[in-house]
Design a binder for this molecule. Structure first.
Ligand code: TXA
Ligand code: MG
Length: 321
Protein backbone atom coordinates (compact mmCIF):
# COMPACT_ATOMS: atom_id res chain seq x y z
CA UNK A 1 0.00 0.00 0.00
CA UNK A 2 1.23 3.52 -0.70
CA UNK A 3 2.45 5.45 2.32
CA UNK A 4 1.86 9.09 3.24
CA UNK A 5 4.68 10.87 5.07
CA UNK A 6 3.94 14.31 6.48
CA UNK A 7 6.44 17.16 6.27
CA UNK A 8 5.66 18.10 9.89
CA UNK A 9 8.93 16.36 10.73
CA UNK A 10 10.89 18.16 8.07
CA UNK A 11 14.26 16.49 8.63
CA UNK A 12 12.78 13.00 8.52
CA UNK A 13 10.82 13.73 5.32
CA UNK A 14 13.91 15.22 3.67
CA UNK A 15 16.05 12.26 4.66
CA UNK A 16 13.57 9.73 3.28
CA UNK A 17 13.13 11.68 0.06
CA UNK A 18 16.86 11.95 -0.58
CA UNK A 19 17.31 8.26 0.23
CA UNK A 20 14.65 7.37 -2.38
CA UNK A 21 16.38 9.56 -4.95
CA UNK A 22 19.77 7.99 -4.28
CA UNK A 23 18.22 4.54 -4.71
CA UNK A 24 16.79 5.55 -8.08
CA UNK A 25 13.18 5.24 -6.91
CA UNK A 26 10.25 7.46 -7.81
CA UNK A 27 7.88 8.92 -5.24
CA UNK A 28 5.26 11.66 -4.92
CA UNK A 29 6.19 15.23 -4.04
CA UNK A 30 4.02 18.23 -3.15
CA UNK A 31 4.30 21.36 -5.30
CA UNK A 32 2.22 24.54 -5.24
CA UNK A 33 0.49 23.49 -8.49
CA UNK A 34 -0.26 19.77 -8.23
CA UNK A 35 1.44 16.73 -6.69
CA UNK A 36 4.17 15.29 -8.87
CA UNK A 37 5.65 11.85 -9.40
CA UNK A 38 9.35 12.58 -9.03
CA UNK A 39 12.69 10.93 -9.79
CA UNK A 40 16.33 11.92 -10.30
CA UNK A 41 16.30 13.66 -13.70
CA UNK A 42 19.78 12.35 -14.48
CA UNK A 43 18.95 8.68 -13.86
CA UNK A 44 17.32 6.97 -16.84
CA UNK A 45 16.04 3.93 -14.97
CA UNK A 46 14.51 6.11 -12.26
CA UNK A 47 12.79 8.29 -14.89
CA UNK A 48 11.54 5.20 -16.73
CA UNK A 49 9.79 4.17 -13.51
CA UNK A 50 7.70 7.35 -13.71
CA UNK A 51 6.43 6.43 -17.19
CA UNK A 52 5.79 2.89 -15.99
CA UNK A 53 3.76 4.03 -12.97
CA UNK A 54 1.78 6.59 -14.95
CA UNK A 55 1.11 4.02 -17.67
CA UNK A 56 1.93 6.68 -20.21
CA UNK A 57 1.50 5.31 -23.72
CA UNK A 58 4.22 7.60 -25.09
CA UNK A 59 7.37 9.32 -23.88
CA UNK A 60 6.22 12.92 -23.51
CA UNK A 61 8.96 15.20 -22.24
CA UNK A 62 8.85 15.81 -18.49
CA UNK A 63 9.31 19.01 -16.54
CA UNK A 64 12.65 19.20 -14.79
CA UNK A 65 12.29 20.79 -11.34
CA UNK A 66 15.18 22.84 -9.96
CA UNK A 67 15.89 24.71 -6.71
CA UNK A 68 17.30 27.86 -8.31
CA UNK A 69 18.07 29.67 -11.52
CA UNK A 70 21.69 28.65 -10.94
CA UNK A 71 20.81 24.97 -11.09
CA UNK A 72 18.53 25.57 -14.08
CA UNK A 73 21.40 27.07 -16.07
CA UNK A 74 23.36 23.81 -15.86
CA UNK A 75 20.53 22.16 -17.82
CA UNK A 76 19.05 24.84 -20.07
CA UNK A 77 20.24 27.95 -21.93
CA UNK A 78 18.65 31.17 -20.73
CA UNK A 79 18.59 34.16 -23.02
CA UNK A 80 17.59 37.61 -21.76
CA UNK A 81 13.87 36.93 -22.06
CA UNK A 82 14.05 33.58 -20.29
CA UNK A 83 16.15 35.17 -17.55
CA UNK A 84 13.61 37.93 -17.03
CA UNK A 85 10.77 35.43 -16.76
CA UNK A 86 12.63 33.18 -14.33
CA UNK A 87 13.58 36.15 -12.18
CA UNK A 88 10.00 37.46 -12.17
CA UNK A 89 8.09 34.23 -11.56
CA UNK A 90 10.40 31.72 -9.86
CA UNK A 91 9.82 30.06 -7.52
CA UNK A 92 6.32 29.65 -8.90
CA UNK A 93 3.95 28.02 -11.38
CA UNK A 94 5.88 28.83 -14.56
CA UNK A 95 7.71 26.26 -16.70
CA UNK A 96 10.21 27.62 -19.20
CA UNK A 97 11.02 25.53 -22.26
CA UNK A 98 14.48 26.63 -23.38
CA UNK A 99 17.29 25.13 -25.49
CA UNK A 100 19.08 22.28 -23.76
CA UNK A 101 22.44 23.28 -22.26
CA UNK A 102 25.39 21.75 -24.05
CA UNK A 103 26.59 19.78 -21.04
CA UNK A 104 23.18 19.06 -19.59
CA UNK A 105 23.20 15.88 -17.53
CA UNK A 106 19.45 15.39 -17.83
CA UNK A 107 18.58 11.96 -19.19
CA UNK A 108 17.19 11.74 -22.75
CA UNK A 109 13.93 10.34 -21.38
CA UNK A 110 13.29 13.64 -19.57
CA UNK A 111 13.60 15.70 -22.74
CA UNK A 112 12.19 12.94 -24.98
CA UNK A 113 15.27 13.43 -27.08
CA UNK A 114 14.37 17.04 -27.92
CA UNK A 115 16.91 19.82 -28.12
CA UNK A 116 14.91 21.72 -25.50
CA UNK A 117 14.13 21.25 -21.83
CA UNK A 118 11.21 22.32 -19.62
CA UNK A 119 12.49 23.81 -16.36
CA UNK A 120 10.60 24.97 -13.30
CA UNK A 121 11.57 26.14 -9.82
CA UNK A 122 8.62 25.12 -7.63
CA UNK A 123 7.66 26.75 -4.34
CA UNK A 124 7.72 24.97 -1.02
CA UNK A 125 8.92 21.64 0.22
CA UNK A 126 9.85 20.11 -3.14
CA UNK A 127 12.43 22.84 -3.56
CA UNK A 128 14.00 21.82 -0.24
CA UNK A 129 14.18 18.21 -1.44
CA UNK A 130 15.95 19.29 -4.62
CA UNK A 131 18.47 21.36 -2.61
CA UNK A 132 19.13 18.48 -0.23
CA UNK A 133 19.66 16.12 -3.18
CA UNK A 134 21.66 18.60 -5.26
CA UNK A 135 20.17 17.60 -8.63
CA UNK A 136 16.90 18.32 -10.45
CA UNK A 137 13.82 16.13 -10.27
CA UNK A 138 11.82 15.10 -13.30
CA UNK A 139 8.15 15.12 -12.35
CA UNK A 140 4.86 14.94 -14.21
CA UNK A 141 1.60 15.14 -12.27
CA UNK A 142 1.14 12.17 -9.92
CA UNK A 143 -1.83 10.55 -11.63
CA UNK A 144 -2.35 7.67 -14.00
CA UNK A 145 -2.15 8.96 -17.58
CA UNK A 146 -5.35 10.64 -18.77
CA UNK A 147 -6.78 11.16 -15.29
CA UNK A 148 -7.21 14.29 -13.21
CA UNK A 149 -4.12 15.77 -11.53
CA UNK A 150 -3.93 15.32 -7.74
CA UNK A 151 -3.98 18.38 -5.49
CA UNK A 152 -3.72 16.57 -2.15
CA UNK A 153 -1.71 13.62 -0.85
CA UNK A 154 -4.90 11.59 -0.40
CA UNK A 155 -5.67 11.95 -4.14
CA UNK A 156 -2.28 10.45 -4.95
CA UNK A 157 -2.89 7.63 -2.53
CA UNK A 158 -6.25 6.82 -4.12
CA UNK A 159 -4.60 6.83 -7.53
CA UNK A 160 -1.79 4.44 -6.58
CA UNK A 161 -3.41 2.64 -3.67
CA UNK A 162 -1.91 -0.78 -4.28
CA UNK A 163 1.63 0.34 -5.01
CA UNK A 164 4.50 0.87 -2.58
CA UNK A 165 4.63 4.55 -3.42
CA UNK A 166 5.95 7.04 -0.86
CA UNK A 167 3.89 10.25 -0.84
CA UNK A 168 5.38 13.33 0.83
CA UNK A 169 2.42 15.26 2.24
CA UNK A 170 2.74 19.03 2.56
CA UNK A 171 -0.99 19.74 2.60
CA UNK A 172 -3.28 20.76 -0.27
CA UNK A 173 -1.73 22.53 -3.29
CA UNK A 174 -2.18 26.31 -3.25
CA UNK A 175 -2.56 26.76 -7.00
CA UNK A 176 -4.31 23.49 -7.80
CA UNK A 177 -3.71 23.83 -11.52
CA UNK A 178 -0.65 22.82 -13.52
CA UNK A 179 2.04 25.37 -14.29
CA UNK A 180 1.91 27.71 -17.26
CA UNK A 181 4.33 26.46 -19.92
CA UNK A 182 6.13 29.04 -22.05
CA UNK A 183 8.62 28.29 -24.76
CA UNK A 184 11.38 30.84 -25.31
CA UNK A 185 13.11 30.40 -28.63
CA UNK A 186 15.31 33.37 -29.45
CA UNK A 187 12.95 36.36 -29.42
CA UNK A 188 9.81 34.23 -29.89
CA UNK A 189 7.75 33.49 -26.81
CA UNK A 190 4.97 30.91 -27.14
CA UNK A 191 2.40 29.87 -24.58
CA UNK A 192 2.31 26.05 -24.78
CA UNK A 193 -0.05 25.51 -21.86
CA UNK A 194 -2.11 28.03 -19.89
CA UNK A 195 -1.82 27.68 -16.12
CA UNK A 196 -1.22 29.44 -12.82
CA UNK A 197 0.39 32.52 -14.43
CA UNK A 198 -1.51 34.39 -17.14
CA UNK A 199 -0.39 35.45 -20.61
CA UNK A 200 -0.90 39.09 -19.58
CA UNK A 201 1.32 38.71 -16.50
CA UNK A 202 4.05 37.33 -18.74
CA UNK A 203 3.65 40.05 -21.37
CA UNK A 204 3.95 42.75 -18.71
CA UNK A 205 7.34 41.39 -17.71
CA UNK A 206 8.90 41.02 -21.13
CA UNK A 207 7.16 43.88 -22.95
CA UNK A 208 6.52 41.80 -26.03
CA UNK A 209 3.63 39.74 -27.31
CA UNK A 210 3.25 36.13 -26.26
CA UNK A 211 2.18 33.99 -29.19
CA UNK A 212 -0.51 31.42 -28.52
CA UNK A 213 0.42 27.90 -29.56
CA UNK A 214 -1.44 26.77 -32.68
CA UNK A 215 -3.24 23.43 -32.33
CA UNK A 216 -0.27 21.85 -34.08
CA UNK A 217 2.03 23.13 -31.32
CA UNK A 218 0.04 21.09 -28.84
CA UNK A 219 1.42 17.96 -30.39
CA UNK A 220 4.69 19.70 -31.12
CA UNK A 221 6.49 17.74 -28.45
CA UNK A 222 5.89 14.24 -29.85
CA UNK A 223 6.22 15.56 -33.41
CA UNK A 224 9.52 17.24 -32.70
CA UNK A 225 10.61 14.23 -30.76
CA UNK A 226 10.18 12.16 -33.89
CA UNK A 227 12.01 14.46 -36.26
CA UNK A 228 14.77 15.20 -33.78
CA UNK A 229 15.42 11.60 -33.05
CA UNK A 230 14.63 9.89 -36.32
CA UNK A 231 17.99 8.25 -36.99
CA UNK A 232 19.73 8.56 -40.34
CA UNK A 233 19.57 4.81 -40.68
CA UNK A 234 16.37 3.09 -41.78
CA UNK A 235 14.65 1.43 -38.86
CA UNK A 236 12.97 -1.94 -39.27
CA UNK A 237 10.75 -3.13 -36.45
CA UNK A 238 9.61 -6.51 -35.15
CA UNK A 239 12.60 -8.40 -36.59
CA UNK A 240 12.94 -12.04 -35.59
CA UNK A 241 16.71 -12.10 -36.11
CA UNK A 242 19.54 -9.84 -37.23
CA UNK A 243 20.05 -9.18 -40.94
CA UNK A 244 23.33 -9.03 -42.84
CA UNK A 245 24.72 -5.48 -43.25
CA UNK A 246 22.43 -4.05 -40.60
CA UNK A 247 22.77 -3.07 -36.96
CA UNK A 248 20.81 -5.15 -34.47
CA UNK A 249 18.96 -3.69 -31.49
CA UNK A 250 17.77 -6.60 -29.44
CA UNK A 251 15.74 -7.22 -26.31
CA UNK A 252 15.85 -10.24 -24.03
CA UNK A 253 18.29 -13.09 -23.80
CA UNK A 254 18.20 -14.74 -27.24
CA UNK A 255 21.72 -14.62 -28.64
CA UNK A 256 22.53 -14.51 -32.34
CA UNK A 257 25.61 -14.36 -34.48
CA UNK A 258 25.73 -10.72 -35.52
CA UNK A 259 28.18 -9.23 -38.01
CA UNK A 260 27.27 -5.61 -37.58
CA UNK A 261 27.05 -3.37 -34.51
CA UNK A 262 24.64 -4.64 -31.88
CA UNK A 263 23.21 -3.55 -28.54
CA UNK A 264 20.73 -5.16 -26.20
CA UNK A 265 18.08 -2.90 -24.61
CA UNK A 266 17.75 -5.33 -21.72
CA UNK A 267 19.19 -8.82 -21.59
CA UNK A 268 16.86 -9.75 -18.74
CA UNK A 269 13.82 -8.47 -20.66
CA UNK A 270 13.24 -5.62 -18.20
CA UNK A 271 11.14 -2.88 -19.82
CA UNK A 272 12.29 -0.21 -17.35
CA UNK A 273 15.91 -0.88 -18.27
CA UNK A 274 14.98 -0.97 -21.96
CA UNK A 275 13.23 2.40 -21.79
CA UNK A 276 16.20 4.02 -20.10
CA UNK A 277 18.55 2.68 -22.78
CA UNK A 278 16.35 3.34 -25.81
CA UNK A 279 17.44 6.84 -26.92
CA UNK A 280 21.12 6.35 -26.16
CA UNK A 281 21.29 2.99 -27.94
CA UNK A 282 19.49 4.25 -31.06
CA UNK A 283 21.97 7.12 -31.18
CA UNK A 284 24.95 4.81 -30.69
CA UNK A 285 23.89 2.42 -33.43
CA UNK A 286 23.12 5.29 -35.78
CA UNK A 287 26.55 6.79 -35.09
CA UNK A 288 28.22 3.65 -36.47
CA UNK A 289 27.09 4.82 -39.91
CA UNK A 290 24.98 1.73 -40.55
CA UNK A 291 22.26 2.00 -43.22
CA UNK A 292 19.71 0.04 -41.31
CA UNK A 293 18.83 -0.75 -37.71
CA UNK A 294 16.82 -3.93 -37.17
CA UNK A 295 14.91 -3.99 -33.92
CA UNK A 296 13.58 -7.14 -32.31
CA UNK A 297 10.00 -7.08 -31.09
CA UNK A 298 9.29 -5.52 -27.72
CA UNK A 299 6.36 -6.83 -25.65
CA UNK A 300 3.40 -4.51 -26.11
CA UNK A 301 2.43 -4.12 -22.48
CA UNK A 302 3.30 -1.73 -19.64
CA UNK A 303 6.24 0.47 -20.60
CA UNK A 304 6.54 -1.55 -23.84
CA UNK A 305 3.66 0.50 -25.27
CA UNK A 306 5.64 3.74 -24.92
CA UNK A 307 8.80 2.08 -26.24
CA UNK A 308 6.91 0.79 -29.29
CA UNK A 309 5.32 4.21 -29.85
CA UNK A 310 8.77 5.77 -29.94
CA UNK A 311 10.18 3.06 -32.21
CA UNK A 312 7.25 3.45 -34.60
CA UNK A 313 8.04 7.17 -34.92
CA UNK A 314 11.70 6.40 -35.56
CA UNK A 315 10.72 3.93 -38.27
CA UNK A 316 8.11 6.16 -39.96
CA UNK A 317 8.99 7.51 -43.42
CA UNK A 318 10.42 11.02 -42.98
CA UNK A 319 7.65 12.79 -44.89
CA UNK A 320 4.98 11.53 -42.46
CA UNK A 321 6.80 12.93 -39.45
O1 TXA B 1 2.51 22.11 -12.50
C1 TXA B 1 3.12 21.34 -13.22
O2 TXA B 1 3.65 21.71 -14.26
C2 TXA B 1 3.21 19.86 -12.74
C3 TXA B 1 4.02 19.84 -11.45
C4 TXA B 1 4.26 18.45 -10.93
O3 TXA B 1 5.22 20.54 -11.62
N1 TXA B 1 3.82 19.04 -13.76
C5 TXA B 1 3.17 18.72 -14.92
O4 TXA B 1 3.88 17.88 -15.75
O5 TXA B 1 2.08 19.11 -15.22
P1 TXA B 1 3.25 17.09 -16.99
O6 TXA B 1 4.25 16.02 -17.35
O7 TXA B 1 1.90 16.60 -16.68
O8 TXA B 1 3.24 18.12 -18.15
C6 TXA B 1 4.44 18.51 -18.76
C7 TXA B 1 4.17 19.15 -20.06
C8 TXA B 1 3.95 18.13 -21.14
O9 TXA B 1 2.71 18.35 -21.76
C9 TXA B 1 5.09 18.36 -22.10
O10 TXA B 1 4.64 18.27 -23.41
C10 TXA B 1 5.60 19.76 -21.76
O11 TXA B 1 5.32 19.91 -20.40
N2 TXA B 1 7.06 19.83 -21.92
C11 TXA B 1 8.03 19.45 -21.06
N3 TXA B 1 9.25 19.60 -21.61
C12 TXA B 1 9.05 20.08 -22.85
C13 TXA B 1 9.90 20.41 -23.94
N4 TXA B 1 11.22 20.26 -23.87
N5 TXA B 1 9.34 20.87 -25.08
C14 TXA B 1 8.00 21.00 -25.18
N6 TXA B 1 7.13 20.67 -24.20
C15 TXA B 1 7.64 20.24 -23.05
MG1 MG C 1 -0.38 15.76 -16.18
Amino acid sequence: MSRILSTSNEQLALREAVEKLRLGACFAIPTETVYGLAADATNGKAVAKIFDMKQRPAFNPLICHVDSLDMARDYGQFNEIALKLAQAFWPGPLTLVVPLAENSKSHDLVTAGLGSIGLRHPKGFSSKIISAFGKPLAAPSANVSGRVSPTAASHVQEEFYDSELLIIDDGPCQVGLESTIVKVEGGAVTLLRPGGITKEQIETQIECEVRLAKPVDGIQAPGMMASHYAPNAKVKLGCKKPEADAAWLSFGNASYEVDGPTLNLSETGNLIEAASNLYAFMKQLDATGTNKICVSSIPHNGLGIAINDRLKRAAAPRETI
